[in-house]
Design a protein around this ligand. Structure first.
Ligand code: IPM
Ligand code: MG
Length: 360
């Protein structure tokens, strides 16, 4: 492995994106020092930043860079500055375009609670302690991509349309990802749908049940999305792996992040046909951008996921996660997870503290 070189496309994006990515990429130099594996980082423009520079949120050069990379690291995109733009050139198109063009149909969003942050959770300690959930979100289908879509005028009245479409093939491939993951964890999979109202998700339920025949060692349970939203707050410990549609996964993963006290702590990995993409699940937080107060941990942990899933560097990934744990244990906190008696630090210092401990 030493001497090997991996190409990483780095897309800082908008808002706090550049600040948090600047901290996360420091991890690569430490891994190189420790393993002799080289990482070539190529930086590209996406999102509002790209729109401002060339009128396109996902310029061909950036897409090309992603297609040629071994892995992609993305910060965040979007902001009020671009909200009035047409959908076709909104910063979010960059993210959706990358997901689509790289075929990233499986989005993995782990939700774990650090013991030292248990007080930061708005829920009672005994409810969130020790939770360890993996949300598997379908990422290239459903209502996000379904056609027809748009707003048109019919008989003088505006009508908005979006379409929830899933083929059995799309459902089956995400189901298999989820079953494989569940098999390597605690063997318990909850599939989330709205089969009591939406036919598409009845198909989702049927296909999940069919695929479960190949995974007798995994227990499959179906749950309606409204009930799941409630159960995540009532008793999150009941969940091991959750698999769900694009839109439900978007919503449930934001909800689940709050169990951990801050959305600033959660990484994600999106896998598919080409290089995988790694990004924090939080957004670009334009209100705090450029002030050195954002939490870089979710992005740093996204790099840990990259080391493990794209490059098989399990030990290095574990070191990054342990470094985060140690930093939290030592009392360092960014503003979003701050509590009385702790040490308030900025984005850069938080990054430095973590990186220092990976090499130690
Ligand atoms: C996410 C985000 C994106 C999504 C937005 C920015 C398009 O909320 O990754 O969860 O809805 O997928
Ligand atoms: Mg979201």
């Amino acid at each position: 492995m030493a001497g090997k070189t991996y190409r990483i496309a780095v897309f800082p994006g908008d808002g706090i994106g550049p600040e948090i990515v600047a901290q996360a990429v420091k991890v690569f130099s430490v891994v190189t020092e420790r393993t002799g594996i080289n990482f070539t980082l190529e930086e590209g423009l996406v999102g509002g930043a790209a729109y401002d520079a060339c009128g396109d949120p996902l310029p061909a050069a950036s897409l090309e860079m992603a297609l040629n990379a071994d892995a992609v690291l993305l910060g965040a995109v979007g902001g009020p500055k671009w909200e009035a733009l047409d959908y076709s050139v909104r910063p979010e198109r960059a993210l959706l375009g990358l997901r689509e063009k790289l075929g990233l149909f499986a989005n993995l969003r782990p939700v774990t609670v650090f013991d030292d942050l248990i007080e930061a959770s708005p829920l009672k300690n005994h409810i969130v302690r020790g939770i360890d959930i993996m949300i598997v979100r379908e990422l290239t289908g459903g209502v996000y991509f379904g056609k027809p879509r748009g707003v048109k005028t019919e008989k003088g009245m505006r009508v908005g349309i979006n379409t929830l479409v899933y083929s059995e093939e799309e459902i089956e491939r995400i189901a298999r990802v989820a079953f494989e993951i569940a098999r390597q964890r605690r063997g318990n999979l909850v599939s989330v749908d709205k089969a009591n109202v939406l036919e598409t998700t009845q198909l989702w339920r049927d296909v999940l049940t069919e695929v479960s025949g190949d995974y007798r060692d995994v227990s499959l349970k179906h749950m309606y999305v409204d009930n799941c939203a409630m159960q995540l707050i009532r008793d999150p410990a009941q969940f091991d792996v959750i698999v769900t549609t694009n839109l439900f996964g978007d919503i449930l993963s934001d909800e689940a992040s709050m169990l951990t006290g801050s959305i600033g702590m959660l990484p994600s990995a999106s896998r598919g046909r080409c290089a995988a993409m790694y990004e924090p699940i939080h957004g670009s937080a334009p209100d705090i951008a450029g002030r050195n107060i954002a939490n870089p941990v979710a992005t740093i942990l996204s790099v840990a996921m990259m080391l493990q899933y794209s490059f098989g560097l399990k030990e290095e990934a574990r070191r990054v996660e342990e470094a985060v744990e140690t930093v939290l244990r030592s009392g360092f906190r960014t503003r979003d997870i701050f509590q009385e008696g702790m040490l308030l630090v900025g984005t850069e210092e938080m990054g430095e503290e973590v990186v220092k401990r990976i090499s130690a």
